[in-house]
Write a protein that binds this ligand. Structure first.
Ligand code: S3P
Length: 179
């Protein structure tokens, strides 16, 4: 990490179902930061759910929304940002997040993710005959990007509170080191 790097915000990255939103909300509460979920911002701006954006406009249109929001995030302060699972797989998004935020990746196995997301129907990328196989292949493609996070946190079997506590600890250490 660059010694002069400003760390004003905290960005959570990781695959769908790793708990970014739940952990992010709790971390924001505990730090007295604002919570922002990139998926929610996109839905509000587009005026429709993500599944409709994918179905009507296509995935590239959704990814454009994501990079637009990522650019705007550079102006934020004291914000916990929960990102969509595919956002850091576009390297310029990751590079941009690192200019103002500590980037923390929540990590879980494909099997755990599958157990958590099955039965939910708002994730267009998992609307597949074999969602577990899709999770495995997407995870394999995205792993090199997720690994570029400043901190990797195991979100496999621990409670939201335990994970949030660890994230906050890492955030305080990073802020102290880069002050
Ligand atoms: C996506 C993850 C979703 C959402 C969209 C695409 C992905 O967000 O951005 O469905 O590419 O992994 P969550 O990770 O919050 O489910």
């Amino acid at each position: 990490m660059n010694a002069k790097r400003p760390i004003r915000n905290l960005a959570l990255i990781g695959f769908m179902g790793t708990g970014k939103s739940s952990v992010g909300r709790l971390v924001a509460d505990l730090l007295h930061f604002t919570f922002l979920d990139t998926d929610h911002v996109i839905e509000a701006r587009a005026g429709k759910p993500i599944s409709d954006i994918f179905a009507q406009d296509g995935e590239p249109a959704f990814r454009k929304w994501e990079s637009r929001i990522v650019e705007e995030l550079t102006l934020r302060d004291k914000t916990v940002i929960s990102t969509g699972g595919g956002l850091p797989a576009y390297e310029e998004n990751l590079i941009s997040l690192k200019t103002h935020a500590l980037v923390v990746c929540l990590w879980a196995s494909a099997e755990t993710i599958y157990e958590r997301v099955r039965g939910h129907n708002h994730r267009p990328l998992l609307e597949e005959p074999d969602p577990l196989a899709k999770i495995r292949s997407l995870l394999a493609v995205r792993e090199p990007y997720y690994r570029q996070a400043d901190v990797l946190v195991n979100a496999e079997i621990r409670s939201i509170r335990e994970i949030a506590t660890q994230v906050i600890h890492q955030f305080h250490m990073a802020q102290a080191a880069h002050r």
